[in-house]
Design a protein around this ligand. Sequence first.
Ligand SMILES: Cc1cc2nc3c(=O)[nH]c(=O)nc-3n(C[C@H](O)[C@H](O)[C@H](O)COP(=O)(O)O)c2cc1C
Length: 313
Amino acid sequence: MIRILVLHYSQTGQLTRAVKSLLSPLANRPDVVIVWQNLEPVEPFPFPWGFFRFFDTFPECVHLDPPPIRPVAFGPAARFDLVVLSYQVWFLSPSLPVTAFLKSEAARVLRDTPVITFIACRNMWLSAQEKMKGLLRDLGARLVDNVVLVDQGPPWATFITTPRWVLTGKKNGFWGIFPPAGVSAAEIAAAARFGRALADALPLLQSAQGPLLSGLGAVKVIPGYITGEKIAHRSFRLWGKLLRAIGKPGNPLRRLVLVVYIVFLVAMILTVMPLSIIMRALLRPLLRKRLEAEVARLEAPSGSSTERLAQYS
Ligand SMILES: Cc1cc2nc3c(=O)[nH]c(=O)nc-3n(C[C@H](O)[C@H](O)[C@H](O)COP(=O)(O)O)c2cc1C
């Protein structure tokens, strides 16, 4: 019997639907037991988010300092053959309920265990996954695959539609140019290809050193995002440190400084981000080799190649 643990948390249900789709090909197999563990914050996060509550959450997200979650149903000594760790990105970091789990005693369940990380987010997941890699390494887990689904539509559109969704709850498309927010239903349904490939790879689970889900378009790193994410993450870290030194979330003085930061952030997004993309495009011929190596590193372990798509779609 193969035991798979699935860790999930979702505010709108999107991530849970996506990970259910991924695992659907394994759901009725007599030789597989799937244990679903919802990660439940003791005090639920709001949805939709209030404007200040939303921004006031970034310092703790970035500094991996979560509020507690409710106890999970298994002990740290429980053993599984595979863990599917699904998470969404909050402020270029794993969401707080997932970080809370990874920092809890119960996360010892991941030791010496193959882990597939599965992300559904807007499209900025690089820093979050680097942090996730570090957390998993510290726990002695074995990251075998990473699968990422991103919001539908081009980046300029999701820059509007994703915040509109999380701040107002409105998910619909509008003005004929903005698509609905979130990952498309077709992408979510297509995640089942990973479950089909996983079903075939189960006999290899114990011995697998490399990825089980390569060749299926598991991730796609857009080179132009790399520098922008690094700059934004550094800014989040620095300002987050300052805000945390001022007080806890909700502290009035912290909120005042937060307003200054939001103005700074908007100015940065409108100036530094486009500049970094232009600079990068200009320097691309000189930096090609380095950039390719960086993309390959960030896409590891599963990669962006698609040679097995026809077999499993
Ligand atoms: C507080 C907050 C911060 C977010 N930050 C990011 C981010 O940095 N990068 C990104 O791609 N998506 C970001 N998102 C979008 C989420 O990753 C996710 O797609 C959305 O919240 C829906 O997730 P759900 O399954 O919990 O409903 C953020 C969402 C929230 C609520």
